[in-house]
Design a binder for this molecule. Structure first.
Ligand SMILES: [Zn+2]
Length: 422
């Protein structure tokens, strides 16, 4: 999710900011270009978490809108995370409440935003969401479970101010002292009850979820990269040491496939749900989501270690290979993701299909999968995709229209078809 902007510059354009900023340095008060947020995991109220947001100093004079994402990169579905925000309030620096208009599920307009000093609201976790439609895919969701687990995907907790998506974020997490926060982003441990996460902008914040639970972690080196593994298992049946042993051959195969490790650090963060949990049976509940330096997993516990190993093998190699596409090769719709009105490009076949193909290829290259097993996997794909759609599907049309309900229904075909054409 890099951004590249090129424009013509001239000497006056170069000098102007210097002149303006030196004049402003005398007359304007100190500006704050960071969004500060506090997420309180200790003062839980009926499974709701309180969020406090201190805005940056607004440099533009107009009403500001606080936006929770409609969707996030990599999910190809609309979730409307604003639905989980309750009791939204805005205050001036004297603590007086300011008028707020809720424009839709995701957007809050603050009428006198030049006076805005603080926002407070409460958030419900997506794991306990009972809505049948718009169900949030668990690896991108939130879980607030006192004493056991907090899954923090920031899209479900913190928003951004329109026109200020690119400012830095500092997020303070007030946490139970016995819990450890697993994340790939820069983190400062202030005390046993407080961590601070640093993101250079909103995209980076959303790209770096965290999981808090009793620590069960393993780290190891793969080439030039430090690989970290953090596991929360509801009944304790799955351990980080087991997961790390499954992951080691995969990261090794990927290193050989690329020739070198494409990142210097990477975190696998895994939530293992017990078979009795409703989430497992809900549509689309199990799986994982890729990020630039980590992947987040919602998996099913099982006493059958072969089953746990097999599912993790398949999922982790796919997520890790996403480093290639779309994380480091993508269209502008991904590079500057519009969290408000997500736009889909024609490239789902590239992002998901090619990744799925490479995931198998890397394992064949490293002899983790035999030729016979690979042919069996391809055969299964041909069989499965035949049931998903009886008529031909244009993969580029599916890519651009995937947010439409009719196309969303056949979205999983992208994982089956591409391995055939790849
Ligand atoms: Zn994928």
């Amino acid at each position: 999710m890099n951004r590249f902007d090129h424009c013509r510059i001239c000497l006056i354009a170069l000098l102007l900011p210097v002149l303006v900023s030196s004049a402003f340095a005398i007359t304007k008060p100190k500006t704050n270009t960071t969004v500060f947020a506090i997420i309180d995991l200790v003062g839980l109220d009926s499974d709701m978490v309180k969020v406090t947001v201190l805005p940056p100093t607004f440099v533009k004079d107009k009403p500001f809108i606080y936006i929770m994402p409609a969707s996030v990169p990599g999910t190809y579905a609309q979730y409307d995370f604003g639905r989980f925000v309750k009791k939204f309030q805005a205050f001036d620096k004297k603590g007086k409440t300011l008028e707020v208009t809720r424009l839709n599920a995701n957007e809050f307009a603050i009428s006198t935003s030049e006076k805005l000093a603080k926002i407070e609201y409460w958030v419900i976790d997506t794991f306990d969401d009972l809505t049948d439609s718009l169900e949030v895919f668990n690896p991108v969701g939130t879980n607030f479970q006192k004493d056991t687990n907090f899954l923090l995907n920031y899209a479900g907790l913190i928003g951004y101010f329109n026109d200020y998506k690119s400012v830095a974020y500092e997020v303070k997490i007030l946490k139970p002292t016995e819990m450890y926060g697993a994340t790939a982003i820069k983190k400062k441990v202030v005390s046993t009850g407080e961590d601070i996460m640093y993101a250079k902008n909103y995209d980076e914040l959303v790209d770096n979820p965290a999981m808090y639970s009793l620590p069960d972690t393993v780290s190891y080196r793969q080439g030039n990269a430090l690989i970290s593994v953090a596991v929360y298992s509801m009944t304790g049946v799955v351990k980080a040491s087991f997961v790390a042993n499954v992951l080691k051959p995969i990261t090794k195969a990927v290193e050989r496939f690329f020739g070198t490790m494409p990142v210097d650090h990477y975190s696998f963060i895994l939530y293992y749900a017990s078979p009795g949990r409703r989430d497992i049976n809900r549509k689309g509940g199990l799986g994982a989501l890729e990020h630039n330096y980590c992947s987040m997993y919602f998996m099913a516990e099982s006493q059958d270690t072969n089953q746990v190993r097999g599912f993790l093998n398949r999922t982790a190699s796919h997520e890790f290979l996403h480093i290639l596409v779309p994380l480091h090769l993508h269209s502008e719709e991904i590079a500057d993701f519009d969290f408000r009105n997500p736009k889909m490009s024609q490239h789902l076949w590239l992002y998901e299909g090619v990744t799925e193909y490479f995931a198998t290829l890397a394992q064949i290259h490293d002899t983790l999968v035999t030729e016979k097993e690979a042919l069996g996997m391809f055969r299964q794909k041909i069989f499965t995709q035949g049931f998903m759609s009886f008529k031909p599907v244009s993969l580029t049309e599916l890519s651009t229209r995937v947010l439409e309900p009719e196309w969303q229904k056949i979205y999983p075909i992208i994982y089956e078809k591409e391995r055939l054409s790849g």
